[in-house]
Structures are given as structure tokens and as C-alpha cells.
Design a protein around this ligand. Structure first.
Ligand code: GLU
Length: 486
């Protein structure tokens, strides 16, 4: 009995000693990666300055990676600090530097070859590497067709790694790598015929197709690959565990789907042909009218890119467009609207654009004050398309459904009901093609987004930004690298 209690006492003492030692050990230990982030109150993230990752637009910082990583920092309750690397090699060396950024979020393929330089999270996107060629050239369809072609990829990219691997089977394969360009440059070079082919990820192509009318997919090179965020390989797993939990949530709560649709969904919305056509018109037509859009926007305190987006939706930027219903001109004004807005010649592009600008301002001013921006702009577009009366009917139906009549997301769900008797018979203004304003607003928002990305604020000083095809995220300071001949 006595012996047993002594034994228990000893055990207890021993256990507390071990406990104290462990505690001391823990105190002396380095803080974990997540503890460091939390202690500093800052998440430092390294990325690439490109349209698919991070860039500045009319509202400041944006981009797919930026928006996702900003949400992650918000969830952690810390400030986000973005650093950009000039090349992929620089990105990985920064990540591995002492006191370097905690995380890389840069559209990176979690490839085998990167095991030494990065430890990847769960995938947040699946992408397919695609060989890109120029429309009008013979279309390569298999790896053999790459021989003898001038191929350029980003230095240090997953694509360079893939081509190096392919070269083992196809020793005659030649390709070049450049650290002085971004994916948009590669696509532009194919578009303009400066190189024959490039290899990029499907998400980057989907985003940029709308700028490059001649760019086409030749074939997919291999299977789809996972994009992940990365920490330095020597780092403990604490931050990565948080990242993984966040990515799981983002898959579940629809955040990833929404970002994908917004950044990489142009082709889904416009269709492939629509995307090429938009790119062609952006180069060929918009430069002729950009000045008028800018002037009208300035006079009416609007964003010129919104007006330009409306003009594209209305007439594909064609000043002599006419429709059977009697609307005419670049902004497709009815005779009544034109007269009310002081337009004497609807086919004069400058007058048409001025009239359209005045009219949207007028329509917006009629909306109830309870509708706030940015929804107010979308409601104004819907009213421009379908008329204020029908829009008001749809808002009432929306409210009756228990939804919010001041939110475009809710009202657009209900608008199509205006073409169904069971619903429109209960409204004041009756039947309307309620689906139309939904498409109208959706398309304009899409064009508006694209135009905003094409015309970066830092480039706004110059005239005719679009005419010069300033593609977002391209660092214009970077000298154009001269490529050695093959
Ligand atoms: N996703 C590529 C990589 O992981 C970079 C972007 C690209 O080349 O499309 O290296």
C-alpha cells in the first residue's frame, strides 16, 4: 500500500518534471510559421504581376490570386502585403530567402521539378497546358509537329520543365526560355507572328483570348495539372495547414467558382468565336471611338469604359448599325430618346455616344435612392434596356419572394418572369422580355471588366490606351528581349 503511494508520488513528480521541461522547451522553441504571421499581423505573399495573378485596376489591387489570398489574410485577421517577382526563378529564390515572404500565390503548377524549391498546398484550380499557335498557320496536333518551330516559354516555368522532359524523347526539339516576358507577352508574340508557338496554362489563355484575335489552341500537352500555393520546403506545416483548410472552404462555399467565372469565364460567356471577335474589334474598331467615349464620360461623370462596353453591346462599335425596331447608331438610341437627349443625327458616332451617356445618367437618376452602387449601375443598365416601369415591376415581384429588391443578384433572378403570364398578369406594366436585360447587363459587365483590365490606370495618361493594346499586367518598363535566332 505504502510502496504503491510512493510509486504514485514518484510518477507524479516525474511527470510534472517532464511537463515543465516540455513547457520550457516549447518556450525556447522558434515560433511556427503561422505564429510568426500572427505575431507580425502581416501575411507577406509573393506573386507575379500579371492579369491572371495580381495587377492594379480602377479600384486598386486585383487579380485572381490577389482576391483569393486577400480573403485568406482576412480570415487569419492579418494585413496582406504583396511582393512581386520579376521572374519565376526570382519568385522561388525569394520564397527560400531568410525572412522572405511566407507564401507564394502565383498560378504555380505543383510540379515534380519544384519539390526542392517549394512545398505546395492542396490544389485550388486544375489547368491544362496548351500549345498555342497563330490562326492561319498549319495547326500542330502532336508533339512531333513542334519540331523546327520557334517556341518560347517562361524561364523557370512548369512549361519549360515539360518541354525539357519532352526533349528527352524528342532530342531534336528546340525551344527558348525567357525571364523578361510574361504570359501575355508570349500570347502577343504568337498573335503577331514573332514566334510560332508557346505553351501556357488553359486558365491564362481563357483570360487573354479576348485580347488576341489570332491566338488559337493547337493541342493540350499532357494531362491537367494542379495549381497550388507554396511555402518554402524547409518551413513547418502550420501555415500550410491553414492554407489547406482555407482552400477546402473556398471550394465548398463557392468562392473559387465565383473567382473562376469572373477571371477565366470570358470564353464561357462570349463563346470562342465571340472572344476572337471581341479581340479583333478591340484592336480595329474601338480606337476610332475611344476619344468620344472618354469625352462623353468626362462630361457626364461616368467611367468611359462602361460607356464603351455599352456601345459594344449595342452595336459592336458600328456607327451605322440599325435594327428592325427602329433603334439606330453606335448606342442604338430610339428616335424619341435621341430627340430627348438632343441628338440630331443618330448615325454620327460622337452624337450617339453623347446621347447614350446623357441617357444612362438620366435613367440612373430616376432609380429609387435605396439602390446603392455598384448595384445602381447594373439597375440603370437594366432600365436603359427594358424601361424603368418593367424594372419596377420586377423589383416588386422580387420583394414578394422575400428577396432584396435593391440587389441586382436577386432582381436578375426574377426579371425573366416578366415574360410568363402567371407573373406578368399581376404586374402594372405587364409583359416584357425579362430575360433580355439580364443578358444585356451580364454582357456589359463582362466587356467592362475586360476593358478595365486592358486599360490600366498607370497607362491612363496617354491617349488611346486600347489602340496601343496595353495588356494588363505587362511591365512596360521591361525592355523587349531580343530573341536569338534558332
Ligand atoms: N503556371 C506556370 C508555372 O507554374 C506559370 C504561368 C504560365 O507559364 O502559364 O510555371
Amino acid at each position: 500500500m505504502f510502496a504503491q503511494s510512493v510509486f504514485r508520488l514518484r510518477c507524479a513528480l516525474w511527470l510534472s518534471a517532464v511537463g515543465i521541461l516540455l513547457l520550457l522547451g516549447a518556450c525556447a522553441e522558434e515560433p511556427s510559421a503561422i505564429e510568426r504571421v500572427q505575431a507580425e499581423g502581416v501575411l507577406r505573399v509573393i506573386t507575379r504581376n500579371s492579369p491572371a495573378t495580381y495587377f492594379q485596376d480602377r479600384n486598386g489591387e486585383t487579380g485572381f490570386e490577389y482576391e483569393l489570398v486577400k480573403r485568406f489574410a482576412d480570415d487569419l485577421g492579418v494585413e496582406l502585403q504583396i511582393e512581386t517577382a520579376d521572374s519565376l526563378d526570382e519568385l522561388f529564390s525569394s520564397l527560400n530567402r531568410e525572412n522572405g515572404p511566407a507564401l507564394a500565390a502565383a498560378g504555380l503548377v505543383a510540379s515534380e521539378g519544384r519539390k526542392q524549391s517549394a512545398r505546395f498546398s492542396l490544389p485550388y484550380l486544375q489547368v491544362t497546358p496548351q500549345i498555342i499557335y497563330r490562326n492561319g498557320q498549319p495547326r500542330p496536333t502532336r508533339a512531333q509537329d513542334l519540331l523546327g518551330k520557334r517556341i518560347l516559354v517562361l524561364k523557370g516555368s512548369s512549361h519549360a520543365e515539360q518541354l525539357a522532359e519532352l526533349k528527352r524523347d524528342l532530342p531534336e526539339l528546340q525551344y527558348e526560355e525567357s525571364a523578361a516576358v510574361e504570359v501575355v507577352d508570349l500570347l502577343r508574340m504568337v498573335d503577331e507572328g514573332q514566334i510560332d508557338l508557346t505553351l501556357v496554362d488553359s486558365n491564362e489563355l481563357a483570360m487573354n483570348q479576348v485580347y488576341f484575335p489570332n491566338v488559337r489552341v493547337a493541342f493540350d500537352l499532357g494531362d491537367s495539372q494542379a495549381l497550388g500555393w507554396a511555402v518554402a520546403p524547409g518551413e513547418d506545416a502550420s501555415l500550410l495547414n491553414e492554407v489547406n483548410a482555407f482552400i477546402r472552404r473556398a471550394h465548398e462555399n463557392g468562392v473559387l467558382d465565383r473567382l473562376k467565372a469572373r477571371y477565366y469565364g470570358h470564353v464561357d460567356v462570349l463563346g470562342y468565336v465571340g472572344a476572337y471577335t471581341f479581340a479583333k474589334h478591340l484592336q480595329q474598331r474601338l480606337p476610332r471611338y475611344e476619344k468620344f467615349f472618354r469625352q462623353a464620360a468626362q462630361k457626364n461623370e461616368l467611367d468611359w469604359r462602361l460607356l464603351a462596353a455599352m456601345g459594344y453591346q449595342e452595336s459592336l462599335w458600328q456607327p451605322t448599325a440599325t435594327s428592325k425596331t427602329g433603334v439606330r447608331g453606335l448606342m442604338m438610341l430610339t428616335l424619341r430618346t435621341a430627340q430627348a437627349m438632343g441628338v440630331s443625327d443618330r448615325l454620327d458616332p460622337k452624337q450617339s455616344i453623347d446621347g447614350g451617356a446623357k441617357y444612362i445618367v438620366h435613367v440612373k437618376a430616376q432609380l429609387p435612392e435605396s439602390i446603392l452602387e455598384p448595384d445602381r449601375t447594373w439597375f440603370a443598365l437594366a432600365a436603359y434596356n427594358i424601361g424603368g416601369g418593367h424594372l419596377e415591376d420586377a423589383r416588386k415581384l422580387t420583394e414578394a419572394e422575400g428577396l432584396d429588391p435593391n440587389k441586382w443578384l436577386d432582381v436578375q433572378k426574377i426579371l425573366p418572369r416578366l415574360s410568363q403570364k402567371q407573373w406578368y398578369s399581376k404586374t402594372r406594366y405587364g409583359y416584357a422580355r425579362g430575360g433580355e436585360p439580364v443578358h444585356f447587363v451580364r454582357n456589359i459587365r463582362r466587356y467592362y471588366d475586360i476593358l478595365t483590365w486592358v486599360t490600366q490606370p498607370q497607362l491612363e495618361g496617354g491617349q488611346v490606351a486600347v489602340g496601343n493594346m496595353h495588356v494588363p499586367g505587362v511591365n512596360k518598363e521591361k525592355p523587349d528581349e531580343q530573341l536569338p535566332p534558332l
